[in-house]
Ligand binder design. Sequence first.
Ligand code: NAD
Length: 480
Amino acid sequence: MEKILNYINGELVAPTNGNYLDNYNPSNGEVYSLIPDSEKQDIDNAVVAAKEAFKGWSKTPKQKRSDILMKLADTIEKYSDELIKAESKDNGKPETLAAHVDIPRAPANIRFFAGAILHDSSEMHEMDGMAINYTLRQPIGVAACISPWNLPLYLLTWKIAPALAAGNTVVAKPSEVTPMTAYILSKICIEAGLPKGVLNIVHGLGSKTGDPLTTHPDTPIVSFTGGTVTGKHIATVTAPMFKKLSLELGGKNPNIIFSDADFDKSVSMAARAAFTNQGQICLCGSRLFVQEEIYDKFRDALVTKTSKLKLGDPKDTTSNLGAVVSKDHMEKILAKIELARTLGGNILIGGEREILEGELKDGYYVQPTIIEGLSSDCDINQEEIFGPVVSLIPFKTEEEVVEMANSTKYGLSASIFTENISKAHRVAANIDSGIVWINTWLLRDLRIPFGGMKHSGVGREGGFKSLQFFTEPKNVCVKI
Ligand code: NAD
């Protein structure tokens, strides 16, 4: 069985303790590879390598750093087919989704930041002829980059690209649930000639590998994407060490359909927002608020649309949904659906595990599920489920829907569907979330500030915001 290896100081190495964890293929429930069960010693080795590499990488001219990263992006693209298949096998998502979303974003992320460092500028503050202040933006050191399982290579590269482009070196810890594309990336880095120690990837569990990384005295920057509970833990342990911290956390995003919305477009978009990647995107619209006048018609159209979605083999190009990421996660989703029933929710469609035939019979498939009849303040409408489950909630007025939309502890994203432009802008301004889409969903521009309010995160990524996070501003005052 294939053994995944850590990538430390430019080499593929086994975990120092020699221990491995099982890696499952969610489409059939089988163990198909082994993941290093790394510990503090592996993290220490990776940080030493990254710290040493920082001396050269931070002084490498921007143009050269950019050229090296562009070559890395080209090499990733060369292995697109392998990466698409690997991401789908490791995560359970349809290959078509990996081909259209996950894998193309990896080289795109790297090219974006490799270009951005060549066009960046800094601030200057002039003091009425007395003095000038200019701000240097310098790389900080070894960045700890921790990423989740839902968009494995996409989110890993979204962190390491700005960190490396800005001149830091990186120790990354991908999710132990989906390590494969990060491992392939290690091999690609070697082929592309990334200097030794600039990027290090250590695999393992959050408690045994993540904790020693975030609390290491030589990782002054921590960039984390994952669940809110883990984010809280990381904030607690890193705060006394005064680390620079970016947190991209969970969401319970409202999708608001006004009665004057373009009906067909909003039904299609609501289905996409609920079920893409089996509902396992932090930006998924899992609370669907529909204005009373169109509620019945909208509900019926959404159920019809959902009934046409094909849940099946991730390798089949006609599958719209594949497997959810793990047995544990499937059980959590099913328990939430059961709770919805107990609370009096009406399951309009789905609501069960789907057992596929033949080799896929033990895979982790959950039917796309629509629930109605639950109050906005119940658990199902307040807590993240992170599965193919959407809850319909009717509303009467703009004021009422804004209040309900803002009633959770989260504040990541929101979508608003209306043909009334003034209302769209008004509601966008009143919604507590870091990202608002009007008449669309998940339309991403890599330059925008990306991140959440409240318990959805701290700080913003994207464009120059990422480069600012991964650099330290230093003001220099020159007396004239
Ligand atoms: P998770 O918090 O369980 O794990 C995320 C990563 O943190 C993994 O690599 C894990 O090993 C690591 N980790 C766990 N405990 C740790 C610890 N004590 N110290 C250091 N690292 C530790 O999240 P998940 O289940 O992998 O991902 C799903 C969550 O991620 C959802 O809540 C989703 O909303 C969120 N998410 C947010 C965004 C965003 O941009 N805001 C994007 C994607 C996913």
